[in-house]
Write a new protein. Structure first.
Lengths: 340, 265
């Protein structure tokens, strides 16, 4: 719960969090090292100085760190913890659903654990989706289209194998598909971070919600266009939001574009923990106003009401969270974490 | 010290040429982005360049376009030196460096990595984005200067050339937009409007606001990459020292690029 300076309580759903192990012990090869190094560069590049972690902790943090940063020091009421396997890079995977489910077990009211699958696994992917549903009753999955798999350096949402997987998701009621567009590597003729496959997939699977992380940036214009056409496409603010600190005017331009094109109902807060921690992000976001000239040009405002939607109400709707019931449940399950 | 001054002026020329190579995605010089880790003229005149991108994961096609730009820049050096270019810490670094050593062109090297190496289309996309981003900066600059939309869209090249800006983005982009315009439209008529769309369409005064909103979208994307790349590049090779809970970044490692006006006297 975030309590505003005016004393209002805001329900916060953090749409994008991780519990990873990127430590050298778990790295399988140079790619694993470079992957966590790149995350760390995001962390150091866009965090306020007083929020910086040392490298060792960033590579592998504890479950207690996670609880504290999200729910005790941090304002999250519920966190959606995403799974990203990266088994080509990490011996035990980067953050598998087993690892996430384990951390979620202690405070089940607090977590929504999402699964992940790789359509390139063919039949096995379909079996795995059944397994995810039966074992963890997942409500959502995270798709990382830039993931390497053997000789393949990425895949598209429109690949025939992917469509078979989405058909099954729809059938099983796994309705929230978080899509993380990483750099497009091959074909080389393609501009990186292409998001056009989202358009087709969203049209063809109307029963699924497509949450595009970091709002498709750096393809914000393409994303906005698609999300305006498709009623089931949403934008996650992870990665975009930290600019509120380093380049607030730029963040104003991004959020103004989003409000203008896709509107306040379809934008979701996400910290991308542990790249960033939610407390400072939510505090800054609540205090933020779009610079006047930008707001005037686009004719949009970031009101408290809109902020409240972005911080929690929109995600609660997608994940069927009954907010009043959830507040009661949370009040009756206090935290206990190991003393430092 | 004739030798020293020859090598100094060669080094200066080398950096000047490298400074003309742009990151295609960001439309900013690779030297300003800090991608050229080291560029050196050896005693025999040969040239060595170490090239490093902000992340291991930077798209290979961008790496290709930049390395190709570096090669062209080096080919233009007046003393026609032998040169060695090395790509560091990139997912395809080994393949690229082995290929270079074997005397292959970048085209051949990348063709081996992926069948699809026709980069013409992606080159054109980047030219378009650069055109729009430069144009937007100048258009906004002129508006801030108090020109009406009618005056702006009616401006021709002679009027453009005498316009002056305070130091800032518009001033920086003014000559760059001019270059992009003439590259796109080599037959541009001096008395024709200097602000046209990428397709050569005239922009009506009452459509300028909508057009600017479209250009903003292009810039927002490019800036996202630019800001990330800068941040990542700055921090990629630094570890964090946390002393008494007060983090201090080790800031001294990176500045290996000599100022482009340095150090010849």
């Amino acid at each position: 719960m975030y309590r505003t300076p005016e004393g209002k309580d805001i329900f916060v759903v953090d749409g994008h969090t991780h519990f990873w192990d990127g430590s050298p012990d778990n790295q399988k090869n140079i790619h694993g090292k470079q992957f966590i190094d790149c995350f760390y560069a995001y962390h150091t590049g866009l965090s306020p100085k007083d929020q910086l972690w040392e490298k060792g902790k960033f590579e592998k943090y504890s479950a207690d760190d996670l609880y504290r940063d999200l729910f005790i020091d941090g304002p999250d009421d519920v966190a959606i913890v995403q799974s990203t396997y990266l088994k080509d890079f990490y011996k035990n995977g980067f953050n598998t659903i087993e690892r996430n489910a384990e951390v979620a077990k202690r405070y089940p009211e607090r977590f929504i654990v999402n699964g992940a699958f790789d359509p390139r696994d063919g039949e096995k992917a379909l079996e795995y989706i059944h397994f995810l549903k039966e074992t963890y009753d997942v409500k959502g999955v995270k798709m990382y289209t830039a993931e390497w798999n053997g000789a393949s350096k990425g895949w598209k949402l429109t690949d025939p194998d992917a469509y078979k997987c989405f058909e099954l998701c729809e059938k099983l009621g796994i309705r929230n598909i978080h899509v993380h567009k990483g750099p497009t590597i091959i074909p080389l003729s393609k501009d990186a971070f292409d998001v056009h496959d989202v358009d087709h997939a969203a049209t063809d699977f109307q029963g699924l919600n497509w949450i595009i992380e970091h709002c498709g940036l750096p393809r914000l214009d393409d994303f906005c266009w698609i999300a305006t056409q498709e009623t089931n496409v949403y934008g996650g603010l992870a990665v975009a939001l930290p600019f509120i600190h380093s380049r607030p005017r730029y963040f104003g331009e991004v959020i103004a574009e989003l409000l203008f094109w896709i509107g306040p109902e379809k934008i979701l807060f996400g910290s991308d923990y542990a790249i960033w921690t939610p407390r400072w992000l939510v505090e800054r976001f609540w205090a933020y106003q779009i610079p006047q000239d930008i707001a005037a040009e686009r004719g949009v405002q970031l009101t408290d009401e809109i902020k409240e939607k972005i911080l929690g109400l929109n995600a609660a709707r997608l994940y069927n969270i009954d907010i009043e019931a959830k507040k009661k449940a949370l009040a009756s399950s206090p935290f206990s974490i190991a003393a430092e | 010290m004739a030798t020293a001054s020859v090598s100094d002026s060669r080094e200066k020329e080398l950096w000047r040429r490298l400074g003309e190579v742009n990151d295609p995605e960001l439309d900013e010089p690779i030297t300003e982005m800090g991608f050229v880790e080291r560029a050196e003229v050896k005693g025999d005149g040969s040239v060595e360049v170490d090239f490093r991108l902000p992340t291991y994961w930077c798209s290979p096609n961008f790496a290709f376009l930049m390395l190709d730009g570096v090669r062209r820049a080096l080919d233009q050096l007046p003393w026609s030196p032998a040169y060695a270019v090395k790509l560091h810490d990139h997912m395809f670094a080994d393949e690229v460096n082995r290929g270079i050593e074997a005397g292959k062109t970048f085209g051949d090297i990348f063709a081996e990595l992926a069948a699809d190496t026709d980069l013409g289309a992606v080159r054109e996309t980047f030219s378009m984005k650069a055109f729009k981003r430069r144009q937007e900066a100048v258009l906004r600059g002129l508006r801030q200067h108090g020109l009406t939309d009618r005056e702006i869209v009616g401006m021709d090249l002679p009027a453009y050339d005498v316009a002056r800006f305070e130091p800032g983005e518009a001033a920086k982009q003014k000559p760059r937009y001019r270059a992009a315009l003439l590259e796109r439209f080599p037959d541009h008529r001096t008395d024709g409007p200097v602000f046209v769309t990428w397709d050569g369409q005239h922009i009506p005064a009452d459509a300028l606001s909508a057009y600017l909103a479209e250009l903003r979208g292009v810039r927002v994307n490019m800036e996202f990459n630019g800001a990330l790349c800068r941040g990542l590049k700055q921090t990629r090779y630094k570890e964090l020292d946390v002393v008494d809970g007060e983090p201090t970044l080790v800031d001294f490692i990176m500045d290996r690029v000599p100022a482009r006006s340095a150090p010849v006297t």
